[in-house]
Design a protein around this ligand. Structure first.
Ligand SMILES: [Zn+2]
Length: 306
């Protein structure tokens, strides 16, 4: 099963010819979860060959333009493409108030429902759940109410080893119990080693998105042991005062969060346009957390099943 993140936009504030503003899409078994929607997101979806019809859920971290200016255009395009499936938008409650007049004016013939889910920017909250995936929002530290998102696969049950069914004469009730982890006894009343009965399920994979935020250790328990962490790194060390003033992070601060959270890998984005050479951000972050990488638009970061 696929579990990967495509970077659609990785710049802060301004769209440039090389980097669009923030947007990403998480692919979970060919279902696409859009995260933020900066200007140009729909062009980037096309460039990266992502099927619009597979997007049913959009998560908006906060209401700064560089994370949301692409949304009305994308909604309009969904309408022109004849969409009929509901579109769920998870965002601060103000987004509904801001968007509704534009939708009424520009998109008054939509044939699909827009379903707004209001985020709680004060504490972690489970906001989405299906049979494969859970999404939790959690507070970030920014100038306006902002949420990060943790996407985590659900724990699957183990598979029964086929040969064990005849060897131990397993009935349906036995299989249900074994899959739940209950002990099983053979005909002589001896416990059977689970390794002879089941193949363990894959370890659930996880992805956390943290942008925009100042240094915010409060999020560490929520994202603990995440496989892949995206954290904004707007600034280098030399601009740490500016990071503090604008409630953004330096690359080193992002790396400190990754280290403390025991993340598998850290990817950095939301770069300030002031840096011609971004390698300084990677260098400073790696001094704290070696498994750090800068993202580029079009990157696909895969999380393998183990
Ligand atoms: Zn912002």
């Amino acid at each position: 099963m696929t579990f990967s993140v495509t970077i659609l936009g990785s710049n802060s504030a301004l769209p440039t010819t090389k980097r669009y503003p923030t947007a990403q899409v998480l692919n979970v078994s060919e279902r696409f979860f859009l995260i933020d929607c900066g200007e140009g997101t729909q062009l980037q979806l096309r460039s990266n060959k992502i099927k619009f019809s597979r997007i049913n859920n959009i998560f908006i971290s906060h209401l700064h333009g560089d994370h949301v200016f692409g949304l009305i255009g994308l909604i309009s395009t969904f309408g022109l493409l004849g969409r009929t499936n509901d579109l769920h938008i998870y965002a601060h409650s103000d987004l509904e108030k801001i968007l509704q007049p534009q939708i009424d004016y520009f998109c008054n013939d939509l044939r699909f429902e827009l379903v707004f889910h209001h985020l709680n920017p004060r504490e972690p909250e489970l906001i989405f759940e299906d049979k494969n995936l859970e999404v939790t929002s959690f507070p970030l530290k920014h100038r306006v109410p902002t949420c990060g998102f943790l996407f985590r696969e659900k724990q699957k049950q183990p598979n029964i080893i086929k040969e064990a069914i005849s060897e131990f004469n397993l009935g349906i009730a036995d299989i249900v119990k074994i899959k739940k982890g209950e002990p099983f006894y053979d005909g002589s009343g001896n416990p059977v080693d689970p390794d002879k009965l089941i193949i363990p399920p894959p370890v659930p994979r996880s992805y956390a998105f943290c942008s925009d935020t100042g240094y915010n250790p409060a999020m560490i328990p929520v994202i603990k042991d995440v496989n892949l962490l995206y954290h904004e790194s707007t600034f280098a060390d030399e601009h740490i005062d500016l990071a503090k003033k604008t409630t953004h992070s330096t690359a080193r601060q992002a790396a400190t969060i990754a280290k403390e959270a025991n993340a598998g890998k850290l990817i950095l984005g939301h770069f300030s346009s002031r840096y011609d050479d971004l390698s300084i951000l990677e260098k400073e972050a790696r001094e704290v957390f070696q498994e750090t990488y800068l993202v580029n638009d079009g990157d696909v970061w895969k999380i393998k099943s183990t």
